[in-house]
Write a protein that binds this ligand. Sequence first.
Ligand code: GAR
Length: 210
Amino acid sequence: MKKFPIVILISGRGSNLKAIIDAKDPLIEIKAVISNKSQAGGLLYAKQNNIKTEVLNHKNFKTRLEFDQALQICIDKYQPELIVLAGFMRILSAEFVNHYQKRIINIHPSLLPTFKGLHTHKRVLEAKIKQHGASVHFLTEELDAGPVIIQAQVPVFSDDNEDTLAARVLNEEHRIYPQAIHWFAEGRLKLRGQQVFLDNQIIEVPNETF
Ligand code: GAR
């Protein structure tokens, strides 16, 4: 059976990448891991697992558009059916996002639509909010605003600091990202307009209990 080809983009540590690799999903084939940083820790783990890696340093390009075009060419060599952003810390141009419409997903460490952007754990602690979590969503032109596929919630405890909270959220990220990819590979997940469908049922309130 032909496996479902995906390409994963990273910028750093790569713990989500590791979770996806370690899930050993029989449906998927990770065709390549591409990083904009040569020092990204995840590259090593990919190599150890015999997955092709590429580095495309954004600093070698004059404009965002030039980088995105080169990245697109690099990705398209592998003919993936899904692009998975796993801690890829670059804003992508509308041209790039549109090229991969409906087949590019991201994981974000908050319960979207709350706490878009950076430093989510710090901001959640400052806001003294009691629930936090992570979201997997389709990528759209607007940052962290695409339709949500799955979320996981975690409690925030009064003695939490950024590290303890981040670790609790990350644990959930590692569970929900392989799940979302699996649904996609099964062909059960679809984006129609701004609405996400699982088995032709609208995902109304994103949660983890499907
Ligand atoms: C993860 O927490 C991911 O949700 C976050 O970066 C971390 C990457 O960790 N992504 C974003 O903030 C994107 N806006 P990892 O490299 O260990 O997977």
